[in-house]
Design a protein around this ligand. Sequence first.
Ligand code: BG6
Length: 480
Amino acid sequence: MQQIQTRMEPHLFVVFGGTGDLMGRKLLPALYRLRKQNLVSKRVQILAVARDREMTDERYRSWALDQLAQSGIALNDRSKSWCSSSLHYQSVASGTAKDYQILRDRILQLEANNRLPENRLFYLALPPKALELTVTGLGESGYTDSAGWTRLVIEKPFGRDLISAAQLNIHLHQYFDETQLYRIDHYLGKETVQNLLVFRFANPIFESIWNRDRVESVHITVAEELGVGSRAGYYDSSGALRDMVQNHLTQLLCLTAMEVPASLDADAIRDEKVKVLRSIAPISSEDVVFGQYGSSRDGDNEIPGYLDEPGIAPDSRTETFVALRLEVENWRWQGVPFILRTGKRIERRLTQITVRFRCPPVHLFGAGRACSINSNELSITLQPEEGFDLHFEVKSPGQEVAMQTQRLHFRYAEAFGPLPEAYETLLLDVAVGDQTLFVRGDEVETAWRLYDPILNEEQDVHPYPAGTSGPLAAEALYRQ
Ligand code: BG6
């Protein structure tokens, strides 16, 4: 999260998983757009690494052009010339020491040909089982001894529980220093997520009511319309708690609940996030609801249930929905419930943080009744309509005192137009060495420590029809 716009200095960007989905859909388009805005030096070279022995530089460039076109980027002289001058391919067919030696030679050759200063960014866009071997391959082959900098980017999932995450950290630290590691949570690259810090710490009117005296509850929702799609292999052994809650929702929670950092240094911010995680009380299993979407109809269309999706085991109990309630036991938040929920095939796509404020202590308008007016609410919408809404009560015109909820609203799109893609922000930050928007090793372990007990317990999995708001069993949690 740079305060001054910087440009990627010359380096070699090496992507393991260079023919994969992430490279095609996110990284290549982001790199191209950054180059187009002149935020990447012309001399930055990209080396895609994958297993395919048949792939050549030429074939890779034409694959890359197809990927750019599918992301809506025009295929013109500019994009073609970028592909032919910046993209290269190297196979590490079976990941042997010899493969890594060949890769090392290729790296040295590209650096020499392009007069690059031995700055190396290794991006591991790999499935978990390939991660450890690649880290060993890189570490053992001496890639880290360079005259410039070496940085390693690791995609999620980072482990599948506390033990595996801790082992992965130990393994990484054998070869890399924590200052060289960039663990991605793409939510942190979203402009609206970064805005949470500005919103909270640059606007004292909100900060002064951001506590247990004024806040009744905090609701964090990430609802997706889409189902599991073609990712059955990964998703069925993961589920919504690992896929979304441990990382994305937990990051939103930390940014919402954290104290003011001492500075905007990466570690000052990350220290505050870890403090939030450490203050969370163990989550009781009564406060967790798992769900799984079943089939439903949308007009003439049959929407398949999770168990009917290709590649899903017919008796799978994997959760596609989680709702949970937790408490941050510190001076600011003691007693305030935080309700987190996420699900696939929910009626409407929405990522939102809603802070619900307490009702007035005495209700003047409604003679003696308990609080029946709506609470003031602040909704920070991160997607799809990025912005915020402040809901408050007004008097409806007329003789009678009747109330209506109205809202003040702000929309990013109205004020600024389209927002940059999360990956553009994150790639730029890695290349300039800013770790603020990346998850530190102790942070990821502290988050797993919180959710491990839930993962280790047998949970009921409540069915819900695709296209609804989730299982009814979760409703009681939201009413808190
Ligand atoms: C990914 C999850 O990390 O985030 C996916 O693996 C999920 O299952 C995606 O769909 C959601 O990201 P976004 O940016 O579309 O909200």
